[in-house]
Design a protein around this ligand. Structure first.
Ligand SMILES: [Zn+2]
Length: 378
């Protein structure tokens, strides 16, 4: 509580749209304090979210949540009247289904997706579909008779070894059987471990041409595209080992972000999973508008394929830490928390679109009032 009251008074002093360096340091100090249980990772201040001290021991690892209109008003930081109206609609759309995601989407404050929570346990979420990432970035492994498909690859070789390879071994998945790594976009926390994983498995790497050839904003150098690597394109069907993943080009978070829709089963019962590849809001109004158009494009595909599952490559993108904790405690007959039905997929799309609209409205309002916007999320 001491942290929160200090932080809030700091925010009150400088205004919600311009958090002071002192407040940022407080955040860093707090995240560092909880980092003792987070495998000692060092997270750069601009990648850190703000922990909610009341939730440090909750399954979500201390991430703030938005469940009500009052929560939204208290923590989102929007000051523009239009942005507040959109944010209120986002609360209605979420209907309490994604409290962490809603906080991450709908906010006018800086900070990233990491918070140094304890590492989540790797777990089989659907038949042969495994969650094997860390507390901030998720990685999905799709097993097939012909080998394993990975979606994303964490930040670097060390994380690939310590988290992806270690989690695969725990699940009796042989990392040498990785045949394909589908990379959602060219931020280092998604492709940084790919070169190492290719080196131990011979896996093909795949990414959009726009992002593979585009400018990298952070992370190690992009792996040089080998002869067997390939580009991901809009509408492409990636078929491997009996699985088919539909690729949707969804620029906005980066110019070449790709998203995926693919059938899964749970004990043989069919579902359709949707995974939007880019998370944090970009900074410019043009990119935010492009992002919103991409969400609509993605919705066209998830509607056409009747998706009923929401997955993410960030744990703040699908309330993943909470869902993994629920899965680990799940009793026979209880529902799979990742199966949200058509209503859930539609609500998820709506809440995100509303939050982007809030960001757009706030950015326009900021420009009209001469306010410097906070740094973009990742
Ligand atoms: Zn990113």
């Amino acid at each position: 509580m001491k942290f929160r009251s200090t932080f809030l008074s700091a925010v009150a002093l400088v205004g919600l749209a311009a958090v002071s360096a002192a407040a940022q340091q407080l955040v860093a100090a707090s995240a560092g304090a909880s980092g003792a249980q987070g495998a000692g990772r060092v997270i750069a201040p601009n990648r850190q979210g703000r922990p909610d001290p009341g939730k440090v021991n909750s399954p979500n690892g201390g991430r703030p949540e938005i469940r009500t209109q009052a929560d939204m008003l208290r923590v989102s930081g929007y000051t523009a009247p239009g942005a507040k109206a959109y944010a209120a609609m986002a609360v209605d759309a979420s209907a309490g289904m994604w409290p962490v995601t809603l906080h991450y989407r709908c906010r006018n404050v800086p900070g990233g997706s990491s918070i140094n929570a304890p590492l989540p346990e790797p777990v089989e979420v659907f038949d042969g579909v495994y969650s094997i990432g860390d507390d901030a970035n998720n990685v999905w492994a799709l097993d097939t008779p012909d080998g394993i498909i990975l979606i994303d690859a964490l930040s670097n070789e060390a994380d690939a070894k310590r988290i992806i390879v270690a989690n695969m071994r725990k699940l009796k998945l042989d990392p040498a059987r990785i045949r394909m790594i589908l990379i959602t976009h060219n931020h280092g926390d998604h492709y940084g471990g790919a070169a190492y994983l290719k080196s131990i498995s011979g896996a093909k790497l795949a990414m959009s041409r726009e992002d593979w050839e585009g400018k990298i904003t952070f992370g190690p150098p992009m792996p040089v595209k080998a002869a067997d690597d390939f580009y991901l394109t809009d509408g492409q069907k990636v078929e491997f080992g009996g699985r088919t993943l539909t690729v949707v080009l969804t620029p906005g978070h980066t110019p070449g972000t790709v998203s995926l829709v693919f059938p899964v089963t749970e004990k043989g019962v069919p579902h359709v999973a949707s995974l939007f590849g880019g998370q944090g809001s970009p900074k410019t109004v043009a990119a935010l508008r492009q992002f919103r158009v991409s969400l609509d494009h993605f919705a066209d595909v998830t509607d056409a394929m009747q998706a009923d599952v929401v997955l993410s490559n960030h744990t703040v993108g699908d309330d993943g830490l909470t869902k993994v904790a629920q899965l680990l405690k799940r009793k026979p007959g209880q529902p799979n928390p990742y199966v949200v039905g058509r209503e859930g997929v539609v609500r998820y799309s709506a809440l995100w679109s509303d939050c982007l609209s809030a960001d757009i409205d706030q950015a326009v309002w900021n420009a009209a009032h001469g306010i410097t916007p906070p740094p973009a999320n990742r």
